[in-house]
Ligand binder design. Structure first.
Ligand code: OOG
Ligand code: NI
Length: 465
């Protein structure tokens, strides 16, 4: 039963995202530095671009512009994943999209838990990219079993978190006190543990299989591995990072800088080597290190249709044939100019992107516009008459895996291993305990709803009959 005394799921998500931010800033000081830099660049960008400021004032909450947009975690078992689905549902976050990372040589597959409606995204857009380890892709059977046994023995949720998820499900929400306690309990799941739950020998063997396998299996829980605020000028932040003592990765991932931004662009500082300890055979703690956590920034553009996505993928593949960005940055300039050149084939004005069906748009009636009967039932006519306007629908998901940019921040500078596997979305969904929302269908529905609302606006009678 839903009660007025329940806190909204959006508010719980807001509290969760600020608690995660506070925890991560205290755990990873370099992340705090990145956040201040982002806030500084954002305020400078708003000062120098009054037009942008005005636009954002209408659509966004300016005082929260520099807050986190996403984070990422990796879990080890289907049970952990399906429980997370229930946890995130309490905060109004639902699984959208399927990402098969084995295509990029990483033994996990993933979804993004995120708010779905416009209103919810506006209140707080925080999402968590969530990956499930695929032990089946590890060749060594003995290692696979040791890893499975280690994962089976751990409990990543506090008893309080489990109790409150059940309470939220039974009541259809949480009251104020419970909501605050829920956030406090659930944060524990994502905390860093510097004492590994495996020996240094097992850690090394897991790491040899793939460094992400070691990251998932060796610790008490799925520590948050990065958070990502929104920047209004990603090129500026990338350039300024070294001045602030943080080392950015070689190049910005995703499309090049454009007049009409598409999908998203992101970059990060390199994952840090951190002190951890392993229990040795005599039960003593032994010092070692682990590299997993970093800080990232993102800047979003329009959601692409399957046709637009295919063009994006093709152009990125072409670019990477010309220059593959080396981790040490030695060919960064060659890559950036190859990227810019190749992407000249992707139209860079909204009208052309729309006409060619490359992106999703939200249509709205121009206020005060009047059209005569006969002109009022066709969208293209209404646009041509200036009665209907269109704005890009923002891409709320992640970079396509096919483009391989995803995950590179934390794979280190070595070559990534290859795993061959067929897409296994069905299996992922069975483990998750739910189907993921198809992001293309979702954007298409948003677009279609906006078209129908426009047609209704101009011909209320005709459509009602
Ligand atoms: C998640 C990588 C995906 C992004 O921004 O593309 C991601 C991970 O490293 O666990 O967050
Ligand atoms: Ni990320």
């Amino acid at each position: 039963m839903k009660s007025d005394r329940h806190i909204s799921a959006d508010a719980i998500r807001g509290a969760f995202s600020s608690a995660m931010s506070a925890m991560y800033r205290s755990e990873v000081p370099a992340y705090g530095t990145l956040l201040s830099l982002v806030a500084e660049v954002n305020s400078r960008t708003l000062d120098t671009q009054p037009g942008l400021k005005q636009r954002l004032e209408q659509t966004d909450t300016l005082d929260r512009i520099s807050e986190e947009r996403h984070g990422a975690i990796r879990v080890g078992t289907p049970e952990e994943l399906s429980m997370l689905r229930r946890v995130f549902a309490v905060m109004g976050m639902y699984p959208v999209g399927y990402y098969d990372l084995s295509e990029a040589g990483v033994p996990v597959h993933s979804t993004a838990f995120r708010p779905v409606g416009d209103a919810a995204l506006k209140i707080n857009p925080f999402r968590v990219f969530t990956s499930l380890l695929r032990l089946d892709l590890i060749g060594d059977a003995a290692l696979r079993e040791e890893a499975a046994a280690t994962l089976k023995a751990r409990r990543i949720f506090t008893p309080g978190a489990l109790e409150l998820v059940e309470k939220a499900e039974a009541q259809g929400g949480l009251g104020e006190e419970d909501a605050a306690r829920f956030v406090k309990e659930i944060i524990e799941t994502f905390r860093w543990h510097d004492q590994a739950s495996v020996s240094s020998d097992l850690y090394r063997r897991l790491h040899d299989a793939h460094r992400l396998v070691a990251d998932v299996v060796s610790f008490k829980g799925p520590h948050i591995n990065h958070l990502t605020p929104r920047t209004l000028d990603i090129d500026a932040v990338q350039e300024l990072m070294p001045d602030h003592g943080i080392a950015p990765k070689a190049v910005i991932e995703g499309p090049p800088s454009r007049t009409c931004p598409i999908l998203l662009r992101q970059t990060s500082f390199k994952a840090l080597e951190e002190q951890v300890s392993f229990r040795n055979a005599t039960g003593e703690w032994e010092k070692g290190s682990h590299t997993a956590r970093f800080g990232e920034i993102e800047q979003r553009g329009i959601a692409l249709t399957p046709k637009g996505r295919a063009l994006y993928d093709r152009l990125l593949t072409e670019t990477r044939k010309l220059a593959r960005p080396a981790a040490d940055g030695s060919n960064a300039e060659a890559y950036i100019s190859a990227l810019a050149n190749t992407f000249k084939a992707f139209p860079d004005d909204w009208a052309a992107i729309r006409e060619q069906g490359l992106g999703y748009f939200r249509y709205s009636p121009v206020s005060g516009a009047k059209v005569s009967t006969g002109d009022n039932s066709d969208l293209e006519t209404l646009i041509a008459l200036g009665a209907v306007q269109f704005d890009p629908i923002v891409y709320e998901d992640f970079l396509p895996v096919s483009a391989a940019g995803i995950f590179q921040s934390n794979l280190g500078d070595g070559a990534s291993q290859q795993f061959s596997a067929s897409p296994s979305q069905k299996e992922f969904e069975a483990h998750l305990g739910a189907a993921v929302l198809d992001e293309f269908e979702h954007y298409a529905r948003l677009e279609k709803d906006s078209v129908e609302a426009c047609l209704r606006h101009f011909s209320p009678v005709a459509l009602a009959s």
